[in-house]
Write a protein that binds this ligand. Sequence first.
Ligand code: CA
Length: 222
Amino acid sequence: MTKILLVEDEGILRTTLAQQLEAEGYQVLTAADGERGLELAREGSPDLCIFDVMLPRLDGLSLCRIVSKEQEVPIILLTARSAEMDRVIGLDSGADDYIVKPFGLSELLARIRSALRRASKHSETVLRLGPVVIDFASHRVWVNDKEVKLSSKEFGLLATLMRNRGIVLVRDTLLSEVWGMDFEGDPRTLDVHIRWLRMKLEADPDRPELIKTVRGVGYRID
Ligand code: CA
């Protein structure tokens, strides 16, 4: 059953929406403030999140930024005014979609379905790049049809680079994406892991064809 986390401080709206979503066959977790919402996002493993922007304790935009960094779950923001909407779009909140209040149930349901569809496409994606095949759902990687065992950091690095093909990822971005926002270790950790990845994936690790070094900047997969 698809699980939706709804964080909304207006009691009547929260209760009504939860009932309507349950009537549509969704399982619904609810929270009335941002902090409780964050707890439920972490513990409840929702398939989709709906966050109101104006929330007590932790506002919806901050909540959205935290959750989208921690997990790959589609997030729909509920905004009250068009002025608020400008901020929602302008800021890199990590939201997949937003909907302006007041809205109809059918509109919300349509947004939910489309966000879930995009998310499942994303998680089912198997990417092939030359001899390398990466399955994002099962976290498995093959080179020339032979499975290669990667550590979770190696997989994280490869997945991040593959998802951003053609873009140079600067070192800080890779470190925060794979090791977490508060990475304070030796930044050479990144180069060591890239080296290990190349040894597992490249025909000649000293002349990498897959993971390119962009001197002084970071790494790139084309
Ligand atoms: Ca509110």
